[in-house]
Design a protein around this ligand. Structure first.
Ligand code: SF4
Length: 395
């Protein structure tokens, strides 16, 4: 058993996707695994996700036992499963969970290649990654869905996600949790040669998918070993902010997340500089998360007015734009042949600079010719703005 000891406090290093995510910040690791902070601090979204997962696991079992497609499960079946697994503390979320589970029931495809759901896979950290009992394992994970086609030696792994937001293809390709699952399955089914790994978006009822090759899985194993070694190296529980703050359950207990605390009069020491940079990092991540949620609310409802004339909502924005081909023609007419790379990179900022420099060089004719080509382009941004200001900002 691997153990991390910091200032006399022990953490059993039992690797799972959640452990690796929490390990990005030592304070998060301590609050989760040393202090074992009470469940009621857990975010609503975490509890909501667990309720949906457990309801789906019950329904999957029911359909598999009855050998029937999921879309033949009745509304009563779905309601009973959601009722059973949703704790009262997230009563207000019942409608959402019911909608997600219904979407799953209606759209998720059963497969005859299914080999496991809510499957607990656990191994010891030994050279052959020997199978371990769940409570003794060094590395373990619960997989929502595993199907294996033995003829094609191909495995499909699906992870149900309840958080809002669709990942880009690049994010799916680099998704560490999906790599972890493929790695873990490869230890139990060594004959599998290729993997499709998917995220089923519970809120939207569809899957995004990518693949993992044997080489990618071997690379991931090296990465995970390195991560474990770094965790075992931790010397202090001080917080380290980053993107992971967006999914942290302990923001209310974190010293660097005291975003409404006073701003220091000045920053003169390295310690103060690190503290200020850390606070900014947390605030940026939280602001971005909050803006996404507020935008969603405004799309479904209306702009939100705060403090009299300040509004968060959609605002039209007009700016100048140019047809690059026409700009190129004008430049040629004036004997300015830009190299190919400069033409490709001609954007609003560069054209504005060209006009400015033409005026500075008293080449008014060129500046006017370029100005004449400008047309107005309107776009709409989600932002905070003064409601009484002119609706259209010019740039
Ligand atoms: S908010 Fe960020 S820095 Fe603070 S404990 Fe959570 S993960 Fe660590």
């Amino acid at each position: 058993m691997k153990k991390l000891t910091v200032l006399g406090q022990d953490v059993r290093v039992r690797v799972s996707p959640t452990f690796l995510q929490n390990a990005a910040c030592p304070l998060n690791l301590k609050l989760t695994y040393v202090d074992k902070v009470e469940d009621h601090f857990l975010r609503v979204s975490t509890i909501r996700g667990s309720a949906a997962h457990e309801a789906i696991a019950d329904l999957t079992k029911m359909a598999v036992d009855e050998e029937m497609p999921f879309n033949e499960l009745t509304d009563d079946d779905v309601i009973a499963a959601v009722q059973k697994h949703t704790p009262h503390e997230i009563y207000a979320e019942l409608g959402n969970i019911l909608r997600w589970v219904r979407l799953w029931r209606d759209r998720y495809q059963y497969s005859k290649d299914l080999v496991g759901f809510e499957e607990r896979l656990a191994v010891y950290d030994t050279p052959n990654w020997d199978e371990a009992p769940w409570d003794e394992a060094d590395i373990r994970g619960i997989l929502d869905w595993i199907e294996i086609n033995n003829v094609h030696r191909h495995c499909i792994i699906t992870d149900y996600k309840s958080r809002a937001g669709i990942l880009s293809q690049g994010e799916l390709d680099a998704h560490e949790q999906l790599s972890f699952y493929a790695w873990l399955v490869s230890k139990f089914y060594p004959h599998v040669e290729t993997f499709t790994v998917r995220i089923w978006y519970l809120q939207y009822g569809f899957a995004g998918e990518t693949s993992r090759t044997a080489q990618q899985i071997a690379d991931y194993e090296d990465q995970m070993r390195l991560q474990i070694a770094k965790v075992l190296d931790i010397q202090s529980w001080d917080p380290i902010p980053g993107d992971h703050c967006g999914v942290c359950n302990f923001i209310h207990m974190c010293p660097v997340a005291k975003d409404l605390g006073p701003v220091p009069p000045e920053i003169i020491s390295q310690t103060q500089a690190v503290e200020a940079a850390s606070r900014i990092r947390v605030m940026e991540v939280l602001t971005s998360e909050m803006k996404k949620k507020l935008r969603k609310y405004v799309v479904a409802n209306d702009a939100v007015r705060i403090g009299g004339d300040f509004v968060y909502g959609f605002k039209a924005h007009t700016s100048k734009a140019w047809d690059v081909r026409k700009v190129q023609e004008v430049l040629q007419r004036f004997g300015m042949d830009l190299p190919g790379a400069d033409i490709v990179n001609l954007d609003k900022r560069k054209i504005t600079k060209l006009i400015k420099s033409a005026r500075n060089n008293e080449n008014e004719e060129l500046a006017d010719a370029l100005e004449e080509l400008a047309y107005k382009e309107t776009s709409t941004d989600f932002k905070g703005y003064k409601a009484l200001a002119n609706e259209d900002d010019e740039e």
